[in-house]
Design a binder for this molecule. Sequence first.
Ligand SMILES: *Cc1c(COP(=O)(O)O)cnc(C)c1O
Length: 336
Amino acid sequence: MDFRSDTVTRPTAQMKEVMMNADVGDDVYGDDPTVNELEAWAAERHGFEAGLFTSSGTQANLLGLMAHCERGDEYLCGQQAHNYKFEAGGAAVLGSIQPQPIENNPDGTLDLAKLAAAIKPDDSHFARTKLLSLENTINGKVLPLSYLAQAREFVDQHNLSLHLDGARVYNASTALNIDVKEIAQYFDSMTICLSKGLGAPIGSLLLGDKAYISKARRLRKMVGGGMRQAGILAAAGKLALTEHVAQLSTDHANAKYLANKISQLEGFNVNVDHVQTNIVFAKLDNTVDISSITKQLSEDGILISAGNPARFVTHRDVNQSDIDTLVSKISTLLSQ
Ligand SMILES: *Cc1c(COP(=O)(O)O)cnc(C)c1O
């Protein structure tokens, strides 16, 4: 039982079957029919002209930012943005792109007035502000559609492009009970992670217009992301997008269930109403020795991340009875 992340899922028998039977070719030559089919299908499905299969979400974001921005350009983002805080500074290191982070609001949005104040004038002192990058979901929170519409208006007004780190965009559309296109429509480019809650072993997608994706494809080769018979992976990705999205509503219900149960434990403070998707945060009183709990749970084959707040993530490979087991074990450990 692994509650550390929704990246820990194992491919199902059906997924291994489609991987085994995938029609393949050399994708660097553009010859892999399964990759080509996934890229074309995903573009159409999400309302973009073109798509690119990448090895990871980090790579999809890096290529996404580099295809929008040249050296000395700048992207606006949140302090908590994955593509600012958790991607080893790749956009700056490899793209010479300056991030301009601003504090995220508690709901994950970025204040548009603060963003406007951060846009640099056209003056040789400054980097050129080119892009706003949002993330949805962000730390498990869903950005409201009305905010996305405002963000679109904002970038149009200021002549910027709009990128979505949509690693968990299907968790957002599931939580809002809308088609994912209703979110995607506001963005010039979007990433989707196939190997988080959707259960593929490897892979992400970058979507955008034709010229943008062709630029990103060149950059993908440059960073060593050109893969050969990648149809084996693309087949799993397509299955994830067509067959595994429905599972996310169960994951969300399980996260609520987990939040309710965990909040009843001594020293675990959870705002159950704040749980919108598959991620639960518990603030711990200093009476709780989370590293010792983590260690003892792991001896029983239950994995959690030690930290304060403690983060628990639900996914297709944990169910309600696993959650019951987790909570009762923690409860026993707390009473010892
Ligand atoms: C996980 C994640 C990524 C990066 O994906 P990897 O496949 O781990 O490189 C990007 N953005 C967000 C919001 C993520 O959660």
